[in-house]
Write a protein that binds this ligand. Sequence first.
Ligand SMILES: Cc1cc2nc3c(=O)[nH]c(=O)nc-3n(C[C@H](O)[C@H](O)[C@H](O)COP(=O)(O)O)c2cc1C
Length: 242
Amino acid sequence: MPELRQSKGHRYFQDTKFRRIHIRALERPYIAQGSSFKEYPDVEKIDLPKDFPKVDADLWTVLQNRRSRRKYSGPALTLEELALLLWSTQGLSAQAGPYFLRTAPSAGALYPIETYLAVDNVEGLDAGLFHFNVKDFRLERLTDMAAGNLVAHAALDQGFIAKASVTFLWSVIFRRNMAKYGHRGMRYICLDAGHICQNLLLAAEALGRSSCPVAALYDDELNDLLGLDGEEESVLYLAPVG
Ligand SMILES: Cc1cc2nc3c(=O)[nH]c(=O)nc-3n(C[C@H](O)[C@H](O)[C@H](O)COP(=O)(O)O)c2cc1C
């Protein structure tokens, strides 16, 4: 199948395999480490509630019932529900030496994924784009415009996204991971993002909410929306919740 072997993805996978005979020789570029936490110091901050709603759902039922759901109606998300979803995806849950560990695993505990929200319909939170400050468990307001339509347009016009109460957008800060893992890091970054999204899907299901992973997107249109340069940090994945 030469056409498969000529694809860039296949080439990347082959080029970044660890092989016992030359694991130490795998070329590792020098990449400076970036800071572990991102924050927007000069914007409005919204503390997230930690009195999460009581959820009466067992893991096995949630696993059985989870589906990618693309119809969003019903009541607005509450701020408490949103806080629980954020905690489920990237909440700090333990400390081990210098490492702050989170609810989703991350290669090398490096946490290269950042979370942004396009909020359209959340009780007690005016619409807008936000950055999730993991360390302080709060939101940082980037804009005060409802952006669901713009996100849907940038996600290959998948109209169902525009109907969500909130869309989670995940970006990657490459150097956080690649300073350690070099070329191979991109594998781990995508795996990290998968863990985070799955936590969201399961938490949404447990809350009786609907969600769907979305990776079909015009990367730089979403980067422009969030003010990301697309080089150091770039949008990778998103998930509407309704
Ligand atoms: C990496 C990834 C990307 C996806 N991208 C999209 C997408 O852009 N649009 C969409 O409607 N569904 C998307 N999905 C959802 C899949 O279509 C869905 O998971 C699949 O049909 C299986 O259905 P289930 O999730 O209900 O089990 C994506 C899923 C994954 C894991």
